[in-house]
Write a protein that binds this ligand. Sequence first.
Ligand code: PBE
Length: 268
Amino acid sequence: TDEVNYSKEVDYSITGIEAGAGVFKAAEDATEEYDNLKGWEVLASSSGAMATALGEAVSKEEPIIVTGWTPHWKFAKYDLKYLEDPKGVFGDEETINTMVREGLKEDMPNAYKLLDQFHWTTEDMEEVMLEISDGADPAEAAAAWVDENADKVAEWTEGVEKGNGESIELVYVEWDSEISSTHVVGKVLEDLGFDVSLTPLDNAVMWQAVANGEADGMVAAWLPATHGDLYEEYKDSLEDLGENLAGAKIGLVVPAYMDIDSIEDLKP
Ligand code: PBE
């Protein structure tokens, strides 16, 4: 028969993102855990390049398998689905947590309180992400969201006293989700009177910077699985302020027009 062989069409490869991302490592694990993915390659690139490749494939209705995650604007722009993961390599639903350096509470109690009270929903984050994917500057998209969501921001700033130009540094990775959250929190801190810097780093370096006190905090810890190894490594030298978002997820994502449902449906 001339039945489609997606595996061959994608050249036995998964379109990945930064090699330091948890979802990239999970995809590599999948190529070991699933017999039908033996010998497959996970291609390292960037989150932006992955999104471009996905958009191009969709416009031509070609097959593609990407390392994906939720929240992400790609689900609003394209008709996509997660491949079922019967072996559970990509884990279950996760939370995104806020981590700060030791001593922040004593040094900057108000910035600490704001970071501790920051929490939002996947829908909130997706609003900011969509604006950015449509071409808005991250800082402008964040400012617009903060402007339109005064009630939510008021919950985060409740009991927080204004800053007086104190410097605070947040670190993040240039994933679409973290670009959004970090710029929103940064904007709120700036409006409170802090001198905010936002520094993009590699994933492992982001964790390390907060753990060794070089940076003040981050809102980009995906737990328990995606960044579980980094959390284990650094948890004794940073402070976990708990979740800022629930309902996050990672996995292998394909366009809905691909006629498969599970990772196990891919031909060896
Ligand atoms: N992500 C987005 C990250 C966490 C946030 C899913 C690409 C990762 O895989 O590490």
